[in-house]
Design a protein around this ligand. Structure first.
Ligand code: 13P
Length: 255
């Protein structure tokens, strides 16, 4: 399938940054800079910023995502947020299985899978993050790690549901470190992910999935990364908090 037929998506992952008023101000800067984007533009923001962000982006081409969700509809899960809560405020996307959740908050492939299925059932579009640790890359088991994550995180996700899934390849060693995977390294793993999807589903289904790269992607390296056949955009941390940098990445993906 021609890469041009796949939807390129540039998504900001704001992580634990920006209060609601700061979110409104940043989106106010971003919106005019990305108004003519020829790719999908998303800002995934902290829960308390969602309402302000959805209000600020109404009628624009910027979509809003959350950074996690729980799998239960409701119940005794202190501190968690349900898919229904996200839907009601107008959220469209949700980041799941981010390496920071896996590293610091005990997220496992099993819980990522539960969250993914719940998000899909609620009509949210999950951005499912996978990626290897530096040690795993050095031990030459990147493909095993990625294959396992893809298989487990998407267990019991149907071919029909896969149409609403975005995969983000985020090598853990490249996140927030300033150390970007080379465009060839990103392409190699994104192509491997697509091959795994083709095995689990079929080639047509795999060809239609947007696979993003994430990890120190910025206005300087975005052009080369998104030019790769299997890299369909990016999930951006630090650079998504600076309007001009984020807009430059959106521009790179719009070519
Ligand atoms: P950085 O772009 O800050 O490396 O973060 C990447 C990331 O984790 C996006 O989800």
């Amino acid at each position: 399938m021609d890469k041009a037929k796949r939807k390129a998506i540039i998504a900001g992952n704001w992580k634990m940054n920006k209060t609601p008023s700061e979110a409104k101000a940043l989106l106010g800067e971003i919106i005019p800079l990305v108004a003519d984007a020829d790719c999908e533009v998303i800002a995934c923001v902290p829960y308390v910023d969602l309402a302000a962000a959805i209000d600020a982006t109404a009628g624009t081409n910027v979509k809003i995502g959350a950074e996690n969700c729980h799998w239960a509809e409701s119940g005794a899960f202190t501190g968690e947020i349900s898919t229904g809560m996200l839907k009601e405020v107008g959220v469209e996307y949700v980041v799941l299985g981010h390496s920071e959740r896996r590293q610091y908050f005990g997220e496992t492939d099993e819980t990522v899978n539960k969250r993914t299925k719940a998000a899909l059932a609620a009509g949210l579009k999950p951005i499912v993050c996978v990626g290897e640790l530096l040690w795993e890359r050095e031990c030459n088991i990147t493909e095993e790690v990625i294959a396992r994550q893809i298989k487990l995180d998407l267990w019991d996700v149907s071919k029909e549901e896969l149409k609403n899934v975005v995969i983000a390849y985020e090598p853990v060693w490249a996140i927030g470190t300033g150390k970007t995977a080379t465009a060839d390294q990103a392409e190699e793993v994104c192509a491997f992910i697509r091959a795994q999807l083709a095995k689990l589903y079929d080639q047509d289904a795999a060809d239609a999935v947007t696979i993003q790269y994430g990890g120190s992607m910025n206005d300087q390296n975005a052009d080369e990364l998104v030019s790769k056949t299997n890299v369909d955009g990016g999930l951006i941390g630090g650079a998504s908090l600076v309007a001009e940098k984020f807009a430059a990445i959106v521009k790179a993906a719009s070519k």
